[in-house]
Design a protein around this ligand. Structure first.
Ligand SMILES: *Cc1c(COP(=O)(O)O)cnc(C)c1O
Length: 400
């Protein structure tokens, strides 16, 4: 008998998935990242750590999140459509999964503070929440433009006790916020930990964030088996940095019958600066301490990424996604702003669920697959709820 291929690999000791990932760090920081790696590897198999984390998942975040069969959409589109409801987590998205994990690890390592960056504020809110819960200080670096745009999240973070540190460099958005947070961390690493917002950054962050997000795929696989008696034919998630998607995919990568799709943001089109589809349009490059497929100009500088969903507009993408793309295990397709907004309204009106604009990209791709693969079972990761997007959508894409 043929032995089963294991596709769901861990990175090498140096943090590489194929040629992607690694640790491209300033001299002084290498030792500190090695300490984080060591602590993570120790605690991830520690029964007490895992009991604490699982209790937080269950009693604090509200896990397991349900898998819901969309009867109305299924009837309308001719395939069986299921949603993994990460929107029902405390704070309204999947980000709380890895923030709780990282904050618990910070506690165990004796750190006093969490440093984070945020774009639209989602990662900042999840980090501030976990920090408040664990009695840690929290510094959130945020571009001045984003501070203006995402006022409710700024207020939320302040209520939760976080310090918001405005970043006035460059485009004054996410990319510069990451640089600023990283700079601060190089000065404070003895007492602070850096909590990155996705499966990006230097090793061990891609591996660590994936580990904490893999609860999504683990639950979803069991829930689909319980609910339907078999695995889904297709699974779909949106890809920004790639954490909610890798969390779902990790549960199914070794199931050869399951086809896997990532929805990348096409934004306004295929021109550089108009989208954030790093796998589709990127070339190999290094950003924020790791190697990945990167949207870049002819001089190799990271481009400004754009998507209607601000949680998706990062010019790079997690190294494992680049690897999974190269070996052909995951299909990465693009979804435009307009398609995402249409899916936003469609799910709201057909099922009574308002999705985040990020998650709407996954919904849009899932509905396309339904039209092609009639009768198949399609599982879509609903990474977050749309409350944060309501004002923006009403202003820019009003009801006709
Ligand atoms: C941040 C965010 C994303 C994108 O991040 P990934 O790391 O790609 O998962 C997707 N959906 C929601 C709701 C988010 O807040």
């Amino acid at each position: 008998m043929e032995t089963k291929k294991i596709i769901n690999i861990l990175p090498t000791k140096e943090g590489f998935f194929g040629e992607y990932g690694g640790q491209f760090l300033p001299e002084g920081l290498k030792a500190e990242f090695d300490k984080i790696t060591e602590a993570f590897l120790k605690y991830k198999d520690d029964p007490i750590f895992n009991k604490e984390l699982n209790d937080l998942f269950k009693y604090y975040a509200g896990r397991p999140s349900p898998v819901y069969h969309c009867k109305n959409l299924s009837q309308k589109y001719g395939a069986e459509i299921y949603l993994k409801r990460e929107d029902l987590n405390h704070t309204g998205a999947h980000k709380i999964n890895h923030c709780l994990g990282e904050a618990l690890l910070a506690k165990k390592m004796g750190k006093k503070k969490i440093i984070a960056e945020t774009g639209a504020g989602q990662h900042g809110v999840a980090t501030a929440t976990a920090a408040a819960l664990m009695g840690l200080e929290c510094d959130v670096y945020m571009g001045e433009i984003d501070i203006e745009k995402a006022k409710p999240n700024v207020d939320r973070m302040r209520i939760l006790g976080a310090n918001i540190i405005p970043v006035s460099e460059g485009t004054r958005t996410l990319k510069e916020a990451v640089d600023a947070a990283f700079n601060a961390y190089t000065k404070e690493y003895e007492t602070a930990i850096y909590a990155i917002g996705s499966v990006v950054g230097p090793h061990p962050f891609p591996m660590m964030v994936e580990h904490f997000q893999s609860i999504i795929g683990k639950e979803a696989r069991e829930q689909m088996l319980d609910l339907t008696g078999s695995l889904p034919d297709h699974i779909v998630a949106c890809v920004g940095g790639g954490s909610n998607s890798i969390g779902l995919f990790s549960g199914f990568l070794d199931d050869e019958s399951v086809k896997i799709y990532g929805a990348e943001p096409l934004g306004k089109g295929d021109k550089l600066g108009d989208n954030a589809a790093s796998i589709t349009y990127g070339k190999k490059g290094i950003l924020h301490g790791f190697k990945c497929l990167l949207l870049q100009d002819e001089n190799g500088n990271a481009a400004n990424a754009y998507s209607v969903a601000s949680g998706l507009d990062y010019p790079g993408v997690g190294p494992k996604h680049c690897y999974l793309h190269d070996i052909g295990r995951v299909n990465y397709e693009t979804i435009s702003d307009i398609e995402a907004v249409r899916a936003f309204y469609e799910l709201s009106r057909t099922e009574g669920i308002i999705p985040a604009l990020e998650s709407s990209h996954a919904v849009a791709l899932g509905l396309k697959l339904a039209e092609t693969f009639q009768g198949d079972k399609i599982l879509i990761n609903l990474s977050g709820r749309g409350d944060k997007d309501i004002e923006f959508v009403m202003k820019n894409y009003p009801l006709k």
